[in-house]
Structure formats: structure tokens, C-alpha cells
Design a protein around this ligand. Structure first.
Ligand code: NAG
Ligand code: NAG
Ligand code: NAG
Ligand code: NAG
Ligand code: NAG
Ligand code: NAG
Ligand code: NAG
Ligand code: NAG
Ligand code: NAG
Length: 453
């Protein structure tokens, strides 16, 4: 602990100089080194040999950092090494910093990932009914947390979980890599996330979350691995990320059927910019299918999507309730994509058989503009719900170069309506509604920018 005292003394001097002034957004601070205090995981007995289990050192380090909460918080420094651990919790006013060459590795034993309650907006786990495994790194009811580094790695060793899922040996739903519940002022940046058992970054019931400059990868034949999943969250900013996963690369959600309707917390004010996405068997950018709390005011621009099954997908079903509205997606490049644009009202999974089919979702005011695609097999498949058609879909300035010239495979539409201009190949009649005009195109002027300085 002698080193610790020296470090504390040094950073205290630095802190005195910066403690005054306006409160700042957590992401305006300049980590690393911006916390007035720092501790290193080895001071808590951790061993970075890739074999020793370090769950208790991580728990103890986080517990110790709690004592700095009212003193500007502290950094937990993880040096070069392979730090095997089970699931652990974070605390407020913490920076978890992974040095270059530092790898936090999830233990392969399922018992090291405790069982926790299902999310109230889902009513049960994603893979199985009942409770679920806790994620590797967890935040609950926190504020001001930064997970960053000099390109350190967080590796979930997901393959054991994928095998259990496929062989029906799972007893509870798979864990994610990083999950925050009921938290705010969260930054995740400058790191690589590998092989999550399920999803990589899952903020839930949270606000003011920024994910910047992260790389996320899982094996492309893994079952149902997602990248970043903002779920019943507001003010989320995702920028400069590269994501390559089997299922959805970025997926916006807000709860499942009656559980999501009852919980009633929407996903809104989301800004996604300059991301490079690949989804081998799902959609690179997905909305839903769990959207029962509503999804609105979503701004996506400068998207690059390649080698993906579907590029952009809106998914819902009868029984979901909720809405997806006020979405603008612009400046998209697609290469080697099977389906460019999908809308489906028949994404049929339900948490239980008692769902109420009269709870109809609303999908409206979706604008997609300035998109270029090459080697696209199917331009668009848009199928709404016949008693609740999807409306005010606007396509503007799209040019897809198709794999072959079978005209009939370009677009198929039912129970949707909208407007299109400068779209090639020419879309279906439902999107050329003569009674509608460019005025239905949801415009950015009504978009209240995410509060980013
Ligand atoms: C991420 O890295 C960039 C470039 O080194 C740096 O400017 C930025 O402050 C880092 N972000 C965090 C949260 O550490
Ligand atoms: C981690 O947080 C969860 C949720 O708040 C809690 O149930 C669990 O007891 C915590 N675990 C530890 C080791 O503190
Ligand atoms: C959440 O945190 C606040 C402030 O830190 C505290 O007052 C409250 O009791 C916490 N709630 C829960 C459910 O832990
Ligand atoms: C992204 O993070 C890496 C380290 O992981 C850093 O070297 C690079 O400068 C960062 N880039 C930006 C734009 O922040
Ligand atoms: C599921 O439970 C059985 C019986 O307790 C146990 O043998 C098995 O290891 C568990 N599977 C997983 C993946 O935890
Ligand atoms: C076109 O994209 C498909 C994937 O949709 C890919 O398999 C194929 O190799 C690509 N063809 C060319 C010529 O790039
Ligand atoms: C919905 O999809 C299922 C298969 O997933 C199919 O059997 C059913 O006919 C579809 N229903 C409608 C209305 O398209
Ligand atoms: C919905 O689509 C189906 C299949 O294309 C069609 O038969 C039906 O008339 C449509 N319903 C409405 C209300 O447009
Ligand atoms: C679409 O883009 C191709 C090049 O990829 C170009 O040759 C073609 O003229 C464009 N079509 C329209 C209608 O802009």
C-alpha cells in the first residue's frame, strides 16, 4: 500500500487544481489520469497469469474505490496481463482503465456468473424463462463511470456459452459482457470487446451514455451475439465504433410485450454516427423486435455496412404494443448485403403465450436517405401488419446496385405506405403513394440533438 499512498498524494495535488469550476459531463473530462485517485488491481492481490481467478480482487478494489466517491472518484488501473475473473460490479465515480496488453477474461465456469432477476421490462431471460446470468461487468444505479483504456481487451470466452445454448445445456439465459441498469453519465471507449456470451454492451433504463471508439467482435458463426444494445435508454451517443458479430451489430430495444408495455420506458434521443457494422446472420442496425416501451427520435448517420445478411431492419409483431417513430438514417454505404432494408410485423417470438394480440405496434415517420449499395441481393422487404400498416416511410436518394437483374426480387411490400424520390431500383407502388409528398419525410429540424458538448 506504500505505492498507493504516494500515488494518492501526487494525484491529490493535481486534483486541488481542477476541483473548481462548472460541473462537466463525464465525457468532457480527459481520462486517463483525470480522477484524483488511482489504485492498481495488483494492490488487491490480483494475478494476471490467465489462470488465477481474480473476482475477489476486482470486488475488493471496487469496494475500496467507493470510499473516494465524494472525493472525485478514482481510477482502477489494470496493467498488462491476462486477468481471469468471474462477474463483478462497478461503483459510481470510477474509471476502469485497461492498459495496452491488459485483457480481462471471463471465467469459463457458469457458476462464476451469478444468477440475477430477469429485467422487469422483459419478464424473463432472453434465451430461457426465469432468471439469467449476471454480466461480466455490471453497473446498477450508478453515475459517472468510465470504462476505457489504451486498447485493452475484455474477452468473454463466449464459446462455452454458445455450445451450452446450442446443446440445450443452459439452465439460465446467457450473460452479457458489460451491462448498466438505472445508471447515468457512462462512457465506454478505446477498448476491444471479444466473444461476448450474448451481447457486448447493454445499457438498460439508463441515460447519458456514450460509447466511443470501441471494437466489438464475436465469432461469426456464434449463435445470436449482438454488439451494442441500448434498451429503454435515453441520450445515448455511439460514435466511431467497428462491430462485427453474428446477430445484430447495433440493436435498439425497449422491452417485451406486456412487460415492456407495463414498464413503459422508451428508448429515445439516440445518436449513432460513423460506425462500421457487420452482421453475419442478423441485421447490422436493428430496431426491436422488443420495442414495447417505444423507440423514437433516433438519428443515425455515416453508417458503413458490409458482408451482412440484412443491413437495416425494423422488427415488431402483434402483441408488442409500443411504437418506432421519428427515425432518420442518412449517409449509408452498403456492400455485399443480402437484404438492404427490412420492415417486418411478424417477428414472432413472445415471452409467453398469453400475449394480447390486440396490442398493436405503430411504425411511422421513418426516413432513410442518401444511401448507396453495391452487390445487394434484395433491395427491400417491407411487410406491415394488416390491421396496423406501417406509415410515413420515406426513402430519398437511394442507389442500390443489384446482384442480378431479376426485377421481381428488388422490392416486396405489403401493409406499408410512404413516399420515395430518387430511388433506384424503383421501389414498389406502396412507397410511391401519389397522395403523399416529401412533407412526410421526418426531418432533422424536429430532432433535438443529444446533449453532447
Ligand atoms: C480515447 O483515446 C483518445 C486518443 O488517445 C483520447 O483523446 C481520449 O481521451 C480517450 N478517451 C478516454 C475516455 O479515455
Ligand atoms: C452486484 O450487484 C447486484 C445487483 O445490484 C447485486 O444483486 C449483487 O449482490 C452485487 N454483487 C456483489 C458481489 O456485490
Ligand atoms: C440509488 O442510488 C442513490 C444515490 O446513490 C441512493 O440514494 C438509492 O438508495 C439507490 N437505490 C437503489 C435501489 O440502490
Ligand atoms: C481509439 O482508441 C485507441 C486505443 O484503443 C487509440 O489509440 C486511438 O487514438 C483512439 N482513437 C480515437 C479517435 O479516439
Ligand atoms: C445446469 O444444471 C446442471 C444440474 O445442476 C449442471 O450439471 C450443469 O452444469 C448446468 N449447466 C450449466 C451450463 O451451468
Ligand atoms: C456479393 O455479396 C455476397 C453476400 O451477400 C457475397 O457472398 C458475394 O461474394 C459478393 N459478390 C461479390 C462479387 O463481391
Ligand atoms: C409469420 O411468420 C411465421 C414463420 O415465422 C409464418 O408461419 C406465418 O405465416 C407468418 N405470418 C404472417 C401473417 O405473415
Ligand atoms: C395487407 O397485406 C395483405 C397481403 O399483401 C393484403 O392481402 C391485405 O389486403 C393488406 N391489408 C391492408 C389493410 O392493406
Ligand atoms: C447508381 O450508381 C451507379 C454506380 O454504382 C451508377 O452507375 C448509376 O448511374 C447510379 N444510378 C442512379 C440512378 O443514380
Amino acid at each position: 500500500m506504500k505505492d498507493l499512498v504516494v500515488v494518492l498524494a501526487l494525484v491529490l495535488v493535481a486534483a486541488l487544481g481542477s476541483a473548481r469550476g462548472e460541473p462537466r459531463r463525464v465525457w468532457d473530462q480527459a481520462p486517463p489520469g483525470s480522477r484524483p485517485h488511482s489504485v492498481t488491481i495488483t494492490e488487491f492481490g490480483a494475478v494476471g497469469d490467465g489462470k488465477t481467478i481474480n473476482t475477489v480482487p476486482f470486488q475488493n478494489a471496487v469496494f475500496y474505490v467507493r470510499s473516494f466517491a465524494d472525493k472525485g472518484g478514482a481510477q482502477l488501473y489494470v496493467p498488462k496481463g491476462r486477468w481471469l475473473t468471474g462477474s463483478f460490479n462497478l461503483t459510481s465515480h470510477l474509471t476502469l482503465y485497461l492498459e495496452k496488453g491488459a485483457v480481462i477474461i471471463g471465467a469459463k465456469e457458469s457458476s462464476r456468473w451469478p444468477i440475477v432477476e430477469p429485467l422487469p421490462s422483459y419478464g424473463q431471460g432472453q434465451d430461457l424463462p426465469g432468471p439469467r446470468h449476471q454480466s461480466l461487468i455490471n453497473g446498477y444505479n450508478l453515475t459517472d463511470v468510465i470504462i476505457t483504456g489504451n486498447n485493452g481487451i475484455i474477452d468473454g470466452q463466449g464459446s462455452v456459452w454458445w455450445e451450452w445454448l446450442l446443446s440445450h445445456e443452459l439452465n439460465h439465459s446467457r450473460p452479457h459482457l458489460v451491462e448498466f441498469l438505472y445508471s447515468e453519465e457512462i462512457v465506454i471507449s478505446n477498448l476491444t470487446f471479444l466473444n461476448s456470451p450474448a451481447w457486448s454492451i447493454h445499457p438498460v433504463y439508463s441515460s447519458n451514455v456514450k460509447v466511443h471508439n470501441v471494437t466489438i467482435e464475436t465469432l461469426l458463426d456464434a449463435p445470436l451475439t449482438d454488439g451494442i444494445v441500448p434498451d429503454s435508454c435515453s441520450n445515448v451517443f455511439i460514435e466511431d465504433c467497428t462491430i462485427s458479430v453474428s446477430h445484430e451489430a447495433i440493436s435498439l430495444k425497449s422491452g417485451w410485450d406486456k412487460y415492456g408495455i407495463g414498464f413503459g420506458r422508451p428508448t429515445s434521443d439516440i445518436h449513432i454516427r460513423s460506425v462500421d457494422l457487420l452482421s453475419s446472420s442478423g441485421a447490422a442496425l436493428a430496431f426491436g423486435s422488443e420495442m414495447s416501451g417505444g423507440i423514437s427520435n433516433i438519428h443515425v448517420d455515416h453508417l458503413r455496412i458490409h458482408e451482412s445478411y440484412k443491413a437495416i431492419s425494423f422488427k415488431t409483431s402483434r402483441g408488442r404494443g409500443g411504437y418506432i417513430e421519428e427515425v432518420v438514417i442518412s449517409n449509408v454505404q452498403m456492400h455485399d448485403v443480402y437484404i438492404g432494408i427490412e420492415f417486418t410485423g411478424n417477428s414472432s417470438s413472445h415471452p409467453d403465450s398469453t400475449f394480447d394480440p390486440s396490442e398493436l405496434p405503430v411504425i411511422s415517420q421513418i426516413t432513410m436517405k442518401n444511401m448507396v449499395g453495391t452487390n445487394i441481393s434484395v433491395a427491400g422487404v417491407l411487410s406491415g401488419i394488416d390491421t396496423a400498416p406501417f406509415t410515413a416511410i420515406c426513402l430519398s436518394n437511394l442507389n442500390f446496385s443489384m446482384v442480378d437483374s431479376v426485377l421481381s426480387s428488388y422490392w416486396s411490400c405489403s401493409n406499408v405506405s410512404g413516399y420515395s424520390e430518387l430511388v433506384f431500383p424503383e421501389p414498389c407502388a406502396e412507397l410511391r403513394d401519389p397522395s403523399s409528398s416529401a412533407s412526410i419525410c421526418f426531418s432533422l429540424s424536429s430532432y433535438s440533438a443529444v446533449a453532447i458538448a
